[in-house]
Write a protein that binds this ligand. Sequence first.
Ligand code: TMP
Ligand code: ASP
Length: 231
Amino acid sequence: MEKLYEGKAKVLFPAGPDTLRVYFKDEATAFNAQKRGLIPGKGVVNNKVSATLFRYLEAHGVKTHFLEEVSDREMRVLRVEILPLEVILRFKAAGSFAKRYGVKEGTPLKTPLVEFSLKSDPLGDPLICPEAILALGLAAEEELSQVRTTTLKVGELLRDFFAQRGLDLIDFKLEFGKRQGEILLADEISPDTMRLWDQKTGEPMDKDRFRKDLGGVEEAYQEVLRRVLRG
Ligand code: TMP
Ligand code: ASP
């Protein structure tokens, strides 16, 4: 079937008037696609991890675009109009935050921190403050407030979920979409979009292994899937 859109990690196909089929690829990019590679099996892991987490969040009252898994690498979702924002929640300093403020990776934050980036490859997803989001009309005040509240709730739920599986959730990125005036959690939640550190060893078990050439990338993705499916 004709694809609707191909991104760096996923391909979207029309599935019905109101639904899409999302295909998860093994291709990986980092640093705004300056670094490219393949993580064999990543698409399967990200599809299954995302599906499991969307179901878990739905069971706890979070509205998402997820409908069903349709194959190892594919899920069916509701069509939404994606807000052009990457919503990041941080529990501990890492990545761009640690670098920006000169803080050691792993430093606990006194409160969970919500950050926003503008989704724009040409601009390299720059940080954007809530006032600029409102001034540019990227979201309404009520929508932004809902996005923030939902992100904090998702953070608490995911942190518990992973803690029970021996993984420390350091930070993650969410995307939201609008459908019939309602805000839904969309995109994916996977080792591509989270930092997960093994509680015992402190080893990263996520895309940082690819970003930083740490080795054992495939193995880390498979181990996260194994623990997520353990129930
Ligand atoms: P950062 O520390 O590099 O800003 O990343 C914060 C979180 O967002 C981290 O869990 C990885 C995730 N992330 C994405 O999902 N997509 C991206 O393009 C980037 C840069 C980070
Ligand atoms: N997904 C982003 C990219 O390629 C970056 C990242 O995840 O680090 O560009």
